[in-house]
Write a protein that binds this ligand. Structure first.
Ligand code: SF4
Ligand code: SF4
Ligand code: SF4
Length: 353
């Protein structure tokens, strides 16, 4: 890739031709604040937080969509830039609940962090219209509070560009602009698959998983990178826990094979771990009722039944179904049990194509 010479905040660097000023700055270790930008999504330049001053340009430029060019000189934190960013933030806060004390997103909100960083005042612009949307908690996975939406369109792009579903869009124009699902109904009425990518990329408390409500503050959670237990794809997840309770799944963006994407099970289904209805011991049916049994009792019973059927009707009267929730090694052992011990090739796997 050819390089161009660029000066960012007095630092002379070589940047890849065609890259954005934001990318060049990040590569040079210069931090530029963003709201609508997300590394996994195509840049749009709609929030205007990443504005920078580029010499010989009349206006401030959105660095996430402005390409570098030979000899370009950029100022990322000049007084003009800082004033413009603060203005953007104060306009956003003028139509925002700013109930950070009780908001579930506190500690994990880009808007809150930037308002603090830029000393943006909540009441700078007052007296104008404010949105008063009804909170949508009709689906079992996440709550939509568009009073906290900053219309960054991260959710819309994530649903389109990462999940490929296009369940979300923006309706109306100007102050009436609003994120909608499908034709403006509930999530369930739309094409949503509840993968949760929109929730993952939302920079505010507009989209929050039901499972995190009143479970604690973000900084109280322990992060553990682990493999989803649900299927053989083996997605990597960043699991947030508090004590012995799993609170939430976040994307492990840099980890194969899923690079941040998960389906509904990995994103919202790990609460089964703490479900009190989980079986903790084998059950054996006696006199029509399931009763608790030891592992030895259960395994002896299964071995006796399988042997009896195989002896009476032949090994092919028995079949084995393995599970994608098990490890490769466990599935291999199931195959050995079927073929090597019982003597049948009737062994299959739920994830076989
Ligand atoms: S979304 Fe962010 S800025 Fe808005 S109330 Fe919640 S924590 Fe505060
Ligand atoms: S949960 Fe997934 S499918 Fe549904 S709107 Fe969000 S990104 Fe789209
Ligand atoms: S719901 Fe969240 S991600 Fe979607 S536009 Fe609003 S603030 Fe951005």
């Amino acid at each position: 890739m050819p390089k161009v010479n660029v000066t960012i905040d007095g630092k002379q660097i070589q940047a890849e031709a065609g890259s954005s000023v934001l990318e060049a700055a990040q590569a040079a270790g210069v931090a530029i604040p963003t709201l609508c930008h997300h590394p996994a999504l195509k840049p749009e330049g709609n929030c205007r937080m990443c504005l920078v001053e580029v010499e010989r340009q009349r206006n401030l430029q959105a660095s996430c969509v402005f390409p570098v060019s030979e000899g370009m000189v950029v100022h990322t934190h000049s007084p003009k830039v800082m004033e413009a960013r603060k203005f953007v933030l104060e306009l956003l806060l003028s139509d925002h609940p700013t109930d950070c004390m009780t908001c579930e997103a506190t500690g994990d909100c880009v808007l809150q962090d930037l308002a603090y960083q830029y000393d943006a005042k909540v009441g700078k612009y007052y007296g104008g219209a404010k949105h008063d949307y009804a909170i949508d908690d009709t689906n079992p996975f996440f709550v939509r509070d568009y009073n906290k939406c900053i219309l960054c369109r991260r959710c819309v792009r994530a649903c389109d560009q990462i999940n490929g579903v296009e369940a979300l869009g923006v309706a109306e124009r100007g102050f009436s602009s609003q994120i909608i699902a499908g034709l403006g109904g509930t999530m369930e009425e739309s094409r949503c698959e509840f993968c949760g990518m929109c929730v993952e990329v939302c920079p505010t408390g507009a989209l929050m998983p039901v499972g995190t409500m009143k479970q604690g503050r973000y900084w109280e959670f322990k992060h553990t990178t682990t493999v989803c237990p649900y299927c053989g794809v083996g997605c990597n997840l960043d699991v947030l826990s508090k004590g012995d309770k799993i609170i939430r799944t976040r994307s492990a963006w840099d980890k194969a094979p899923n690079y941040g994407w998960t389906c509904v099970k990995g994103r919202f289904g790990l609460d089964f771990v703490n479900n009190p209805n989980r079986f903790t011991t084998p059950l054996i049916k006696r006199d029509g009722q399931f009763v608790e049994a030891s592992w030895d009792e259960a395994l002896d019973l299964v071995a006796d039944k399988l042997s009896a059927i195989a002896l009476e009707h032949g090994p092919d009267a028995v079949g084995f179904l393995a599970s994608a929730k098990c490890t490769n090694e466990e599935n291999y052992l199931m195959m050995k049990l079927a073929r090597g011990v019982v003597g049948t090739n009737n062994v299959d796997h739920c994830a076989r194509l």
